[in-house]
Design a protein around this ligand. Structure first.
Ligand code: SF4
Length: 305
């Protein structure tokens, strides 16, 4: 939900414009200027720390304007819509708006509106999967599986070009289960280039863990719960962060330069400052602080709580 500016529509670009990661694949980067605000209609919210209101799927958000811009874009966090600053459609919004529906505005046709609302979350899953496969192809050490990754990328890209009915009927769960082992293999190949002990915290409960300065190079952190973890100064190069929950984790001074499968949404959900080192494909979230005091250097230990 990274709409262009709306409080002042004449001002561009937006503060939280495209946050998607792989910079050389614009189709996988949200372009709200060519989307009909689909995320603000299709997705349900429950009132929480991330959303100030409850909204059903298919119900336009009360802040969505008729020109598909967000009426509170520059104040989302202050107004309790932190979740909107974190959400990333991986370019699915413009794909559905402009390709699947050929630029047809959902205001004009209720039947098309219902279909768009059905198709958008499925297209988002396809684009997210494409993003992961594209990211895996960027790992030089994953060379032995590049051919398979290329084939997977072509196959998923072909699915994204299908008709609305075809996309609506896809079993994305089965597709993910088929592609995930390939992504895991690519990750293993990349992480194997790290010498020494590579911690395995796959799916671990590390909520609030003190990992200050931890050496997590090449670690498996897939699906790890790192909510509010203290990762200041941690070395996360070549750590696999697929699906890791980094909400409110403190990444101040951490090194994420070669982190594997780290998305912009994960980064935006965390806290940090200007000292945090990022992959070149990700952008520093606008709400991060300027540089603070120096952080501890990474040390040779893995992740006790
Ligand atoms: S507040 Fe509403 S209109 Fe604005 S980005 Fe979030 S869902 Fe969209």
């Amino acid at each position: 939900m990274n709409h262009p500016p709306t409080d002042n529509p004449t001002t561009t670009p937006a503060p939280h414009q495209p946050r998607t990661a792989v910079t050389d694949t614009p189709a996988l980067r949200a372009d709200c200027s060519t989307c009909f605000g689909l995320c603000c209609v299709a997705l349900p919210f429950a009132a929480s720390a991330d959303f100030a209101i409850t909204k059903k799927a298919g119900q336009p958000c009360r802040h969505l304007r008729t020109d598909f811009r967000c009426g509170i874009h520059t104040h989302l966090r202050e107004q309790g819509f932190r979740g909107c600053t974190v959400f990333d459609c991986f370019g699915a919004g413009q794909q559905v708006s402009q390709i699947t529906f050929g630029g047809q505005d959902w205001h004009d046709d209720q039947a098309a509106a219902r279909q768009m609302i059905t198709v958008f979350p499925i297209m988002r899953q396809l684009h997210e999967l494409l993003w992961y496969v594209t990211s895996a192809l960027a790992l030089p050490a994953a060379g032995p599986v590049h051919e398979e990754l290329d084939a997977a990328r072509e196959r998923i890209a072909a699915l994204t070009a299908g008709s609305a009915d075809t996309v609506a009927g896809l079993d994305t769960l089965a597709l993910r289960e088929e592609i995930n082992p390939l992504l895991s293999h690519a990750s293993e190949l990349a992480r194997a280039t790290v010498t020494g002990r590579r911690p395995n915290h796959r799916g671990a409960d590390l909520i609030g863990a003190r990992l200050t300065g931890a050496d997590l190079r090449g670690a498996n952190l897939r699906g790890a719960m790192l909510i509010a973890a203290d990762l200041r100064g941690a070395d996360l190069r070549l750590a696999d962060l697929t699906g890791a929950d980094l909400r409110d984790a403190d990444l101040t001074g951490a090194d994420l330069t070669e982190a594997i499968f780290l998305t912009q949404a994960q980064l935006t959900s965390a806290r940090a400052d200007a000292t945090t080192r990022l992959p070149t494909t990700l952008t520093r979230p606008a709400h991060w602080l300027p540089a603070g005091p120096a952080q501890p250097k990474a040390r040779n230990r893995s992740a006790p709580r």
